[in-house]
Write a protein that binds this ligand. Structure first.
Ligand SMILES: NC(=O)c1ccc[n+]([C@@H]2O[C@H](COP(=O)([O-])OP(=O)(O)OC[C@H]3O[C@@H](n4cnc5c(N)ncnc54)[C@H](O)[C@@H]3O)[C@@H](O)[C@H]2O)c1
Length: 382
């Protein structure tokens, strides 16, 4: 960490230079007055350069990053030499725990991609570790950073919407077999999970955030209808939340890849909230009991609070919001919006869902003990 007369600058590193890391490097390059990228790490020696060229950064932005950044093959060497303030962990999900633990032990704050880990107890261990060391964990729960979402959460906390009746989530995030065949870890129980753990976990977290509550029970069913992978491509289930609301969930990767859709519905006493993302286009409707749509008012309020440039940046790349927020959390010793708690609670929700499939019964949440995800190998999904 270095402090000039203007402000503190944090040293950042990215471990894992694959698909999602492009979002990270783009976000960091837009926050270059606060965050300096010092290291890119990947076991594949070509990956850091591929990331830089794939990011399409040009001119002064690219040369600024190249001038401060060094590549490493081994993240432990990087931690020893660089002593980063922030480490983004973008390795396959099955490796999150080991890498995150080493980063926390090295005294780094982390931006951990979702899911937090593949285990409910390991996720809690990371949370406890960060708490005891006074370090921050920001989760890659991008939906929390979509425009107006934080205002909806704030109004829910302040009782503006009244009692919540129920909610519904649909995540139809199609991926063909080629996606699963890209890397050995994809679609496996041990290192990735299926449509729930990889794609739908974001949405489960968002429903808890929007409803300002936590899941207490789950009952689910899963299947593998179309994809050649070990885990599920389709999941349907119902959560019960601590506020009494029920929430229906559909998560699938068995739909067409060119027609991605994620939609969220909350039925409350004083408003019906609908947020949808279809083929990359967001839509919002916050309907009052008299049928008026307040979405535009929320957007105006959001822009007034956050500024137009921030709003445009998060709309284009929500990872920008995560870095912006993590910077604030580290420098002011507060918690980020997508904090470590959101990480372990959403892993709990997914593993509880899987457990209810395995035991064919309703499961109480949060899970009281470890549920080893590899037990799911015994379930016949076809
Ligand atoms: N928040 C989001 O929107 C979002 C989107 C996509 C992926 N993700 C998550 O990000 C993670 C990575 O996904 P991806 O699609 O980028 O995967 P990927 O396979 O494309 O990239 C992973 C990279 O990690 C590297 N790697 C593997 N072991 C390593 C090690 N020991 N040290 C350093 N590098 C190592 C691989 O060589 C590869 O380049 C997953 O956990 C995934 O769930 C999050």
């Amino acid at each position: 960490m270095s402090t000039t007369s203007q402000q503190t600058k944090l040293k950042a590193a990215i471990i894992g230079c694959g698909r999602v890391s492009i979002k990270h490097i783009k976000a960091i390059s837009k926050l270059s007055d606060r965050i300096e990228l010092c290291a890119l790490v990947d076991t594949n020696p070509d990956a850091p350069n591929n990331l830089l060229s794939g990011s399409k950064l040009k001119g002064s932005k690219l040369s600024a990053i190249k001038s401060t950044m060094k590549s490493y093959l081994n993240y432990k060497d990087m931690l020893e030499e660089v002593h980063p303030d922030i480490v983004a962990i973008t390795v396959p999900s099955g490796m999150h725990y080991d890498v995150a633990k080493d980063c926390l032990l090295a005294g780094a704050n982390i931006l951990l991609e979702k899911p937090m880990t593949m285990s409910n107890t390991q996720s809690r261990e990371l949370y406890n570790m960060a708490e005891s060391k006074g370090l921050r964990i920001a989760m890659g729960h991008i939906y929390r950073y979509f425009p107006i979402v934080s205002l909806l959460h704030e109004d829910m906390v302040n009782g503006v919407f009244g009692k919540v009746g129920h909610g519904a989530v649909v995540v139809r995030w199609g991926h063909e077999n080629e996606y699963y065949n890209q890397a050995a870890w994809r679609g496996t129980w041990k290192s990735d999970g299926g449509a729930l753990m990889n794609q739908t976990v974001h949405a489960l977290d968002l429903m808890c955030y929007l409803m300002n509550t936590e899941a207490t029970k789950v009952n689910g069913m899963i299947a593998n209808r179309f994809r050649d992978m070990e885990a599920e491509d389709t999941a349907l289930g119902v959560f019960t939340f601590a506020n009494g609301a029920l929430c229906q969930v559909e998560g699938t990767t068995a739909t067409f890849p060119n027609d991605h859709e994620a939609s969220f519905f909350i039925n409350a006493e004083k408003a019906c909230i609908r947020i949808a993302l279809r083929k990359g286009k967001p839509s919002y409707s916050i309907t009052t009991p008299k049928g008026k749509n307040r979405a535009f008012k929320y957007l105006r309020r959001y822009i007034k609070k956050q500024g137009l440039s921030y709003t445009i940046n998060v709309a284009k790349n929500p990872h920008y919001g995560i870095y912006h927020d993590l910077y604030h959390a580290v420098t002011t010793k507060t918690q980020p919006i997508a904090d470590a708690r959101s990480g372990y609670l959403s892993v709990d929700m997914v593993l509880g869902f899987y457990k209810s499939v395995l035991f064919k019964s309703e499961i109480a949440l949060p899970l009281a003990e470890e549920f080893p995800i590899e037990e799911m190998k015994s379930v016949n999904l076809k």
